[in-house]
Every structure is written in structure tokens, then in C-alpha cells.
Design a binder for this molecule. Structure first.
Ligand SMILES: [Mn+2]
Length: 322
């Protein structure tokens, strides 16, 4: 590891040693990396007999309820002093939702994240866009502290597994596999974790996914493929990745977009890229962010307008005009 990384980790270890009460949070719309990094850090701090609370904006989705200690996660605040707040897997503190206000009460804010769009909002910012996940970063922290056990390994594995698309995305590095081989020594059962996370649909969901897929649109030449969804089902699990995974079966498209109507004049947009097109830059242009190959934004425009603006912009990018 590079020297800069090591010194950041050492500073965080120092902060952990010198403080007693901790808050941990992650982004809204919780998924495997948010929860995996939070719970592994929680368990790590607990091993040191620290006072730790995990606060999240959203409730934990059912599919992640196999993770140890998820029941201890809080959605409402209690009064009390916080020495240090860890914000994990958040490109910006606003991604923490209502927990953002609570960060002002903390003596220090430590930002641990792997989004290239990170805004360096913390008092200490450890940002590694080349790492697969925030959970992979927690692994390095745990390694430095020489702490690891079955539960910590399970949480970290789940985070890496989710954010690498089951080790299939471009962010899966030799390091990722090396780390996973270390974690597997703690009796990790990949097939069971895969089942927990991916076998989540009821028949209605498959019907909904079918309807979405039947609305696939293509730009001339099929380099862009997208779907507009006027009635997005808000469930306590997210079908976005499943729909993208079906879209990605297509041979020609380089960019995939899903437009979801949130309200009359609000649209959520998710981007995935399997070419050189940097969708973090696309999302950024429209006020959002994320990673080079996976990003998102929300526009204060209706579905039709959003579709037109965004698809035209991507066409321009692919033609080298932007
Ligand atoms: Mn992540």
C-alpha cells in the first residue's frame, strides 16, 4: 500500500484510541456496502470496548437482516456526547440524510469513502476511488489494528460482494481477491450470502421487471439503452441492480440508464457504463455523482424532459462533443 494511505489509516487508528464515543452512519437507500462497512466498523470498535451507535436515515432492508448486529442500528437519535462520527460510503455528507444534522454535534467527522465524486466534507478524509468498496477500506483498517473475526469478515465480505457485482465489475482488483481470500478463512459461505442477497423477489416483482424490460429504448446504433419507469415500486429492497443486470445482457450498448418518476416534476436517474464513458461525469453535470461506471442523480424535471436532456447529453459525450 502507498505511504499516503498508510498514514491516513494510522491517523484514524490514533483517533479511535484517543476517543470514546462514536457514531457511525452511511448513505440513504442502504445496501450491502453501506451496511457491511458500518457493521464491521461497529464490531471492530466494540472489540475495543468503545461506546458506539450506528444511526441511519433509512431502516435496514430485510435482505440484509442476516448481517450480525443489524438489530442494534438506530433510526432515531438519543441525546448524548459524540467524540467522533464516521461517515461511510458517502460522497457527500448530505447523502447521510437526516443524520447529517447530527454530525455537527460530533467533535470530529471522519469521512471514509471510495466515490470519485467525494467532496472531502470531513475533518479527516480518507478517500480511495480505486478501492472496490468502503468495506474493503474497513478491511485495511482492521488489518492495521490486527482485529478480525467471523462476524467482521462476514460484514466486509458482504460489502465487497455487493459493490463489485459479485466480483464482476471493473472495480474488482487483485487486492480485492487477495482480501476476500483472507476473509474466507473465517468460514464465509459465498453461496449462502448470494442466496440471501439475490433471491429476494416475489412473483409480482418478476412481473414488474418484465414490464420494465419490455419498455427498453435504444439510441440509433444501440450504444445507449434506457428505460423510463412511471410507477417505480418503492419496496424495502431495490430492483435497480436486477434490471441493470438484464439490460447488461445486451451486446451493443455501452451506457445504460434507468429513469424513475418520483413525482410530477422529480426524476431519479441511474447510470451504468461498460465503456470508457465516465458516468460519474455525466451524473455530475446533472448535479449528482458516484463512480466512473455507476452513478446517479435526481432532477427537478418530469420524466419526459429528463429523458430528453440526459439522453441528448450522453449522445454528445459518445460523439466526443462533450
Ligand atoms: Mn460503496
Amino acid at each position: 500500500m502507498k505511504r499516503a494511505k498508510i498514514s491516513k489509516i494510522k491517523k484514524i487508528v490514533e483517533l479511535i484510541k484517543n476517543n470514546n464515543s462514536f457514531l457511525i452512519t452511511a448513505h440513504m437507500n442502504l445496501e450491502g456496502d453501506a451496511l457491511g462497512s458500518e457493521l464491521s466498523l461497529f464490531l471492530l470498535l466494540k472489540k475495543l470496548n468503545k461506546k458506539v451507535t450506528v444511526y441511519n436515515h433509512d431502516a435496514t432492508p430485510d435482505v440484509y437482516k442476516f448481517l450480525p448486529k443489524h438489530k442494534l442500528i438506530k433510526n432515531n437519535f438519543k441525546k448524548g456526547k459524540i467524540d467522533l462520527a464516521f461517515v461511510l460510503d458517502c460522497s457527500d455528507s448530505s447523502r447521510a440524510g437526516k443524520v447529517e444534522d447530527k454530525l455537527n454535534d460530533a467533535g470530529n467527522v471522519v469521512n471514509i469513502d471510495h466515490h470519485i465524486s467525494n467532496t472531502f466534507f470531513g475533518d479527516l478524509n480518507w478517500v480511495e476511488p480505486k478501492m472496490s468498496s468502503a468495506s474493503e477500506m474497513i478491511y485495511h483498517l482492521a488489518k492495521e489494528m490486527r482485529i478480525m473475526d467471523k462476524n467482521i469478515a462476514l460484514c466486509i465480505y458482504t460489502g465487497i460482494f455487493t459493490d463489485t457485482g459479485s466480483f464482476s465489475y471493473a472495480n474488482t482488483s487483485p487486492d480485492t481477491h487477495r482480501i476476500v481470500s483472507e476473509l474466507m478463512k473465517f468460514n464465509i459461505k459465498p453461496h449462502l450470502i448470494d442466496k440471501e442477497i439475490h433471491s429476494l423477489c416475489v412473483p409480482d416483482d418478476i412481473d414488474f421487471i418484465g414490464k420494465c424490460i419490455s419498455r427498453l429504448k435504444f439510441a440509433p446504433g444501440q450504444k445507449i439503452s434506457w428505460i423510463t419507469i412511471s410507477r417505480w415500486q418503492k419496496k424495502n429492497y431495490d430492483l435497480t441492480e436486477i434490471i441493470f443486470s438484464i439490460m447488461k445482457l445486451l451486446k451493443k450498448p455501452e451506457v445504460f440508464v434507468i429513469f424513475k418518476r418520483i413525482s410530477k416534476d422529480r426524476t431519479r436517474i441511474n447510470f451504468r457504463s461498460c465503456s470508457k464513458l465516465d458516468v460519474n461525469k455525466v451524473a455530475k453535470f446533472f448535479g449528482g455523482g458516484g463512480h466512473k461506471r455507476a452513478s446517479g442523480t435526481t432532477l427537478n424535471k418530469n420524466l419526459k424532459e429528463s429523458e430528453k436532456k440526459v439522453i441528448n447529453f450522453i449522445k454528445g459525450c459518445l460523439n466526443g462533443k462533450k
